[in-house]
Ligand binder design. Structure first.
Ligand code: NAG
Ligand code: NAG
Ligand code: NAG
Ligand code: NAG
Length: 345
């Protein structure tokens, strides 16, 4: 009886023991693989092509104030030389989409100490006249930066312009491309609203959105209307994919960037191989504006221009339904290609 119990106990202990050893082995393996995937203490500044592996980002943060002064355009040749400032071709481009939130995205990424934005839309690749001036002309349009930083440009027309993918490919075939999108029907109305405001400023009358978006003869969605065409994201993306693999694109959810910017920005930091530096501190909600403002440091903050939150005209709900139905299959395709599913109707 006693012997039997002992045997039973021994067997139990054996099972427990092997379980413990198994768990330990599993843990070791897991920690090992985690270690390889994401180091617990990420090395600072593991980016840039110049192999400056340990460049402290804190130094760039510190120099931001100085760079800001220089960005006003009054750095002398002497200062440029002294601080070893350069004008670099972009390592990443926000290619679109119009009314998707390209400005907000650029301004927010500029919070990162390693990022320098080109303030103006340069329209180098979509404008034949500019493109003919050559790549050095483009470089000279870039802001001053430290060599360890990366420059980012945005021109939303790039996304829909036929010639652009090939031209960007010729400049840098491994460049990173950011696309910020919003729900297609909302984007189309926003696009219309901006054009409408331009017309109103010139005292011109303009068609109603419904009249432009729906073909009166067929009662179908008018795919010739530019605001509709731009929102068929997958059609445009497919042209880009003839030149760049999908891994070189990152889709930003423009609707979420407005309501919840930080997680979207963290995804972009990861895509750009930047150490995470944008934090909640940098983004504060301004209740008066109903929008996030940017805090660079204790002294310098910035709210995006007021005109960005335009009030849309009221649109016939049946037209909205029709458009949403029209965009639906294209949206599904877009999710499938990009691997990013958005909550669009
Ligand atoms: C740039 O110009 C402004 C105004 O003239 C001046 O206050 C500022 O100090 C200048 N910045 C630099 C870095 O020279
Ligand atoms: C091209 O872009 C990639 C990705 O940003 C970058 O690592 C590389 O240095 C760029 N090449 C040139 C020549 O700028
Ligand atoms: C538009 O019309 C208003 C009122 O009729 C007038 O005051 C304004 O100067 C006009 N603007 C332009 C650009 O013609
Ligand atoms: C919040 O927005 C209002 C209205 O645009 C502006 O006057 C105010 O300065 C902003 N406050 C902060 C702290 O940015």
């Amino acid at each position: 009886m006693l012997f039997k119990q002992q045997a039973w106990l021994r067997q139990k202990l054996l099972v427990l023991g092997s379980l413990a050893v198994g768990s330990l082995l599993y843990l070791v393996a897991r920690v090992g693989s985690l270690d390889r995937l994401q180091p617990i203490c990420p090395v600072e500044g593991r980016f840039g092509a110049r192999g400056q592996a340990d460049f402290p980002l804190r130094a760039l943060q510190f120099k931001r104030g100085l760079l800001h002064e220089f960005r006003k355009g009054n750095a002398s040749q002497e200062q440029v030389r002294l601080h070893e400032l350069v004008q670099q071709l972009p390592k990443a481009i926000i290619i679109g989409v119009r009314k998707g939130g390209t400005r907000a995205l650029l301004e927010m990424l500029n919070l990162h100490p390693a990022v320098v934005k080109a303030s103006q839309e340069i329209h180098f690749f979509d404008n034949d006249e500019n493109y003919a001036k050559g790549i050095e002309w483009y470089r000279k349009k870039m802001p001053l930066s430290y060599p360890q930083q990366i420059t980012i440009e945005k021109s939303p027309a790039y996304f829909i312009t036929e010639e652009v993918p090939e031209r960007i490919y010729k400049m840098n075939s491994s460049i990173k491309l950011l696309i910020i999108v919003r729900e297609p029907t909302t984007r189309a109305i926003s696009d219309y609203t901006q054009v409408l405001e331009g017309k109103e400023r010139k005292n011109k009358t303009y068609y109603k959105f419904e009249k432009l978006a729906i073909d009166p003869n067929t009662c179908e969605v008018n795919t010739k209307y530019k605001a509709v065409r731009t929102s068929i994201y997958t059609k445009h993306l497919e042209r880009w994919l003839k030149y760049f693999p999908i891994e070189q694109f990152h889709v930003v959810d423009g609707d979420r960037l407005i309501t919840e910017p930080l997680p979207e920005l963290q995804l972009v930091e990861k895509f750009l191989n930047l150490p995470p530096r944008i934090s909640q501190y940098n983004l504060y909600f301004n209740a008066t504006r109903g929008f996030y403002c940017l805090r660079f440091n204790i002294i310098f903050n910035k709210c995006l221009a007021g005109s960005k939150g335009r009030i849309h005209p009221e649109v016939d709900p049946s037209v909205i339904t029709k458009l949403r139905k029209f965009f639906h299959p294209f949206n599904q395709k877009f999710y499938q290609i990009t691997g990013r599913t958005l909550n669009w109707p």
